[in-house]
Design a protein around this ligand. Structure first.
Ligand SMILES: NC(=O)c1ccc[n+]([C@@H]2O[C@H](COP(=O)([O-])OP(=O)(O)OC[C@H]3O[C@@H](n4cnc5c(N)ncnc54)[C@H](OP(=O)(O)O)[C@@H]3O)[C@@H](O)[C@H]2O)c1
Length: 383
């Protein structure tokens, strides 16, 4: 029985992780559940899963009597670091959004927990420090992002054979075939309509700009120790192949499956075993074409920014991430056009000088500077 702490239990990944736990109560239990503000949803989860610990970033007005039985409650700004420290969980699933997860990941690793990582932004902002902390803790960092889980699965059994290329597949998002003008002026409703995946709002917008793929290139660089010139992005609209690994002899390993996040979530939870998700199986006789396209860096300039940031190095990836968090929030808040997101991120990157050998404090400082700069640029009304 593995005890799992879920940071972000009320979100898209968190609720699917609880689905997986409910299906395998003989293997897993929810030891701790943490959310931001969704108190009613968390109360329901506590009634169903009876965790030892529950926590909310924002304290609710009222805590029902029945959710207090057997569950200790915590509230406040520090829950994302406090819970990984005090929980008796074996594994911490980090499925919050944005850089908020970075301290949580570092705390969990420092306290010897196995980290299941859905939240990509901690690796984007602080990949070098996160991977060093995992190595020091002698714990694997288990990817939950479907592309990285696919690569991780394709690497099983490779032994000493290092891959020569990682191929991250991308659905292309809702604007894959749209012209540049349509993309620049896309509405929130259009951008939030992902063709293949139902996800939280931030990652759905990132997928539409393809900045999500830029973040994933950086994530892959740190998870698999590959230089960025050996990480390619390939648009594959059907989202059947979740990513691929190429070896020296030209052999390519691919991981395929239905677009169901419970597969990578369960793979990380049960690793190295495989259990059943209960979801739909891939039926090859019902698949039509599997197609592939080069990504269009002109229509999706945000994709290039991931490669640019890695080339610069240091805190530039944290700057990219911080500026993107501000830009996505501004778009969702009707402050900028869809096309303004990538421009705002790029302009922020151009304005700031990175620290090339940062510690954790320098990463948070770079994140703050990126947010301040992006907010200042935003107020010019240019985007
Ligand atoms: N969704 C996917 O299919 C998918 C796939 C691959 C990777 N990812 C990555 O996984 C992460 C989560 O994505 P998601 O789509 O599940 O997001 P989501 O649906 O927006 O859920 C975010 C979760 O984090 C909680 N949270 C946010 N800030 C918090 C804070 N400061 N303290 C405590 N809890 C906090 C939210 O609580 P409230 O409900 O109270 O706001 C919610 O439970 C992201 O980094 C994303 O890029 C997601």
């Amino acid at each position: 029985m593995r005890k799992i702490a879920i940071l972000g239990s009320t979100g898209s990944i968190g609720t699917q992780a609880l689905d997986v736990i409910a299906r395998h109560t003989d293997c897993f239990c929810a030891e701790a559940l943490v959310a931001n503000t969704s108190s009613e949803k968390l109360f329901e989860q506590v009634r169903t899963f009876h965790p030892k610990i529950a926590a909310l970033h924002t304290e609710p007005d009222f805590l029902p009597e029945d959710v207090k039985e057997g569950t200790e409650w915590f509230f406040g700004d520090n829950v994302l670091t406090l819970i990984p420290e005090i929980t008796k969980a074996d594994d911490v699933l980090v499925s919050v959004v944005g850089i908020a997860g970075l301290s949580a990941v570092m705390t969990a690793l420092t306290h010897g927990k196995r980290v299941l990582l859905a939240n990509k932004e901690p690796l984007v902002a602080g990949g070098k420090l996160v991977t060093a902390a995992a190595e020091k803790a002698e714990q694997p960092l288990l990817p939950v992002d479907s592309e990285h889980s696919a690569i991780f699965q394709c690497l099983q059994g490779a032994g000493p054979n290092q891959p020569v290329r990682l191929i991250l597949t991308a659905s292309g998002g809702p604007f894959r075939t749209a012209d540049a003008d349509t993309i620049a002026n896309a509405t929130k409703e259009q951008a939030l309509k992902h063709p293949n995946w139902h996800m939280g709002r931030k990652i759905t917008i990132d997928s539409a700009t393809m900045i999500n793929k830029a973040l994933e290139v950086i994530e892959a660089r740190w998870l698999f120790g590959m230089p960025s010139d050996k990480i390619d992005v390939l648009v594959h609209p059907q989202s059947v192949i979740h990513s691929m690994v190429e070896y020296a002899d030209g052999a390519v390993m691919a991981q395929l499956g239905t677009p169901d996040m419970r597969i990578p979530i369960l793979y990380a939870m049960a690793y190295p075993e495989r259990l059943t998700t209960g979801g739909a199986r891939l039926d090859f006789t019902k698949l039509s074409d599997l197609t592939f396209e080069q990504p269009d860096f002109k229509r999706f300039p945000g994709l290039r920014l991931g490669y640019d940031a890695l080339k610069t190095g240091g805190t530039m990836t944290a700057i990219l991430n911080g500026a993107n968090e501000i830009a996505v929030a501004a778009f969702l808040n009707d402050q900028i056009r869809f096309g303004g997101i990538a421009h705002l991120v790029e302009d922020t990157m151009l304005q700031l000088t990175p620290d090339l050998n940062p510690d954790l404090d320098a990463i948070f400082e770079a994140d703050c500077r990126a947010r301040e700069t992006a907010n200042r640029l935003l107020s010019s009304g240019r985007y």
